[in-house]
Design a binder for this molecule. Structure first.
Ligand SMILES: [Zn+2]
Length: 259
């Protein structure tokens, strides 16, 4: 069932309540109350689809349940030169494993970077083939977005990715049904420093370091999809300090499969 149908049903029910009140079929107070409840329910369905931290529509890993100080850094939308190389250099120097959610067409354009991520021991997942909003697609198109994203990573590395991050973290029943049908696991996040808004290196560092708890999954960006225009220099520059400060707080970095 699509989130959009739930929204449509809530809207229709809301209109029926309002019409019932207008034509005196039901008491106006009941009509108003019914309409407000329908709006709240519809809004709730929408929020549950677009907010990353819930499993309402199906299983989504958005943080680990561990009490140990484990944290997973994840990087979306790449590979994207020169930022992916710079992030890989920092991770290598600091000996930090991370998880990269690759956009298929970027992986196709930069297979050398995908192989480098793999060679350095990072975990690779798919972020679909070309970063379409899956809530707007029908089941067959969702499936082909996911399977094409999986295939390109498998073609380059010889390993089939098992983790997927839906674009924007958006999901509903249909999206997560296709994720499961392809034996994939959906991964969102629990710490969102909004690095893509370029708020400044210090702000990115503080948002991550202050937000991390045991089992946190941090969303950062090495890429910019589908536009492939924006700089990711702030993310690159924030990364060494994020790693150092989290280590000072006793955190150990892991890939999302270890959470
Ligand atoms: Zn993305």
């Amino acid at each position: 069932m699509r989130m959009i149908w739930l929204l449509t049903a809530a809207t229709v029910a809301c209109l029926l309540f309002l019409a019932g009140g207008y034509f005196n079929k039901i008491k106006k107070r009941i009509a108003l109350l019914g309409a407000v409840i329908c709006i709240l329910v519809g809004g709730g369905f929408l929020l549950l689809a677009v907010l990353p931290g819930n499993s309402f529509y199906g299983k989504v890993l958005y943080r680990g349940t561990t009490k140990e100080k484990l944290v997973a850094l994840t990087f979306d939308d790449g590979p994207y030169p020169p930022y992916t190389e710079q992030i890989l250099a920092v991770l290598k120097e600091k000996k930090v494993p991370a998880t990269f959610f690759l956009v298929g067409e970027n992986a196709k354009a930069h297979p050398d970077l995908v192989r480098e991520e793999e060679a350095q021991g990072h975990l690779l997942g798919t972020h679909t083939y070309d970063h379409k909003d899956l809530l707007r697609l029908g089941g067959p198109d969702i499936r082909s977005e996911l399977s094409a994203g999986v295939k390109i990573v498998e073609d380059i590395t010889g390993k089939r990715p098992i983790f997927v991050r839906p674009p924007h973290g958006f999901k509903d029943f249909a999206v997560l049904e296709q994720v499961e049908a392809l034996n994939l696991k959906a991964v969102n996040w629990s710490v969102l420093p909004k690095d893509w808004t370029k708020p400044g290196v210090d702000v990115i560092v503080h948002r991550v370091v202050d937000g991390v708890k045991p089992g946190s999954i941090v969303l950062l960006h090495d890429g910019d999809s589908p536009a492939r225009k924006a700089s990711r220099q702030q993310t690159v520059d924030a990364l060494p300090t994020i790693i150092d400060q989290l280590r000072e707080k006793g955190y150990i970095f892991v890939t999302v499969d270890k959470l």
